[in-house]
Design a protein around this ligand. Structure first.
Ligand code: HEM
Length: 136
């Protein structure tokens, strides 16, 4: 019961994190499309949401390891889906970190590309989540 409750609570954070990366990246993309500059605060929130996805995702594996003394036994498509999710987190967090570091000097089209990139990676991770869920 304890472990199941832990999985459920991690899943709550992970699901809301997914909502935030998709929603806030999409909002930033819309702002950039209007040729305005999404705020640094928004970029900081999206960066935090990406990192939270990585952390809560890894916590799933850690809870399994702690209770079963082994990592989740996944193969094939599930492993590919997991690798895609990890890559999306690295890419999305990287994009937002560069945006925070150098975004103020970017052209409108560069801003658009970066926010489109974060939105696209968030959608890709959400798609991979469905495959991880049903092939593991
Ligand atoms: C380091 C990155 C990530 C890891 C290690 C990870 C890991 C996991 C794990 C282990 C599960 C439970 C799978 C299952 O129910 O069998 C899960 C579920 C889920 N993940 Fe991730 N995840 C990561 C990133 C993301 C990202 C970036 C998103 C979305 C933007 C996301 C969205 C979801 C969703 C929506 C579920 C629930 C799927 C369902 O039950 O139908 N994850 N994730």
């Amino acid at each position: 019961m304890g472990t199941l409750l832990e999985y459920a609570l991690i899943q709550v954070l992970h699901n809301f994190g997914a909502l935030l990366v998709v929603g806030m990246s999409g909002y930033g993309f819309r702002v950039a499309l209007l040729r305005q500059s999404p705020s640094r605060t928004l970029a900081l929130f999206v960066l935090s949401a990406w990192l939270m996805q990585g952390l809560t995702g890894a916590t799933f594996g850690w809870v399994t390891y702690r209770s079963d003394h082994r990592f989740p036994d996944i193969h094939g498509i599930a492993v590919i889906a997991l690798m895609i999710k990890v890559s999306c987190v690295c890419g999305g967090a990287g994009l937002m970190a560069t945006c925070l570091g150098w975004g103020s000097s970017w052209s409108a089209s560069r801003r658009m590309m970066v926010w489109a990139g974060s939105t696209g990676l968030a959608c890709l991770a959400l798609t991979a989540a469905a495959f991880l869920r049903w092939f593991s």
